[in-house]
Design a protein around this ligand. Sequence first.
Ligand SMILES: Cc1cc2nc3c(=O)[nH]c(=O)nc-3n(C[C@H](O)[C@H](O)[C@H](O)COP(=O)(O)O)c2cc1C
Length: 222
Amino acid sequence: MKRRDFLKLSAAAALAGAAAACGAAPAASASSAQASSLTASSASSTASAASSAASASAQAAGSRTLVACYSATGNTAAVAGYIADATGADLFLVQPVDPYTDEELNYNDSGSRVSQEHADPALQTVELEATTPDGWADYDTVFVGYPIWWGQAGWPLNGFVTGNDFAGKRVIPFCTSASSGLGSSAQNLAQLAGSGDWQEGMRFRSSASAEDVAQWLAGLSL
Ligand SMILES: Cc1cc2nc3c(=O)[nH]c(=O)nc-3n(C[C@H](O)[C@H](O)[C@H](O)COP(=O)(O)O)c2cc1C
């Protein structure tokens, strides 16, 4: 099996794992067309057409695009898959070494892991399986995705943002949430990163569809 084929399979497994099992899959960096088809299988012909156009546009421009995201329960990973599928981008899932269990994600429990970490920012440093995607220097556009936690980006993403140099890259943030807007989350990430051309971000509902994503992408000049 060629290395690229292996990477594609790894991405497919990682995305499926993230979508189904709360980010317990290993980190992966790979071409995502195959991976995202697992989550984008319900895409309509409209979404497909927009996807093809976006992908063709990105390829025609000779740009290299990456979709990186942290996703605790799979919603943001699904959106990442739709973006990667539509643009032909590679996919990188930010994975904590110690993934959050459902119990640990219970923000209604003041003793849960997230609640304790939220209460004490000193606890928000999360060790990652991998911080820098393969070929990072070659990407000129990076979509950065995350779930909203207490109005901000889920902090497991922070290590990815601080651990990479975004200089010369166009950065397009996106998030999923139950009801909150993007708020200041993307601006705060841009500040944390300290480099890169961070664009206006986009918030999606937790159960965003491929069509939702395709509509957004159609309005971006990729
Ligand atoms: C710890 C925690 C805090 C959250 N805080 C918010 C919030 O402030 N506003 C909101 O609309 N949703 C909030 N949510 C819901 C998530 O943003 C939403 O379910 C998101 O789609 C999860 O994405 P994921 O599946 O990629 O992890 C929170 C979820 C968790 C686990």
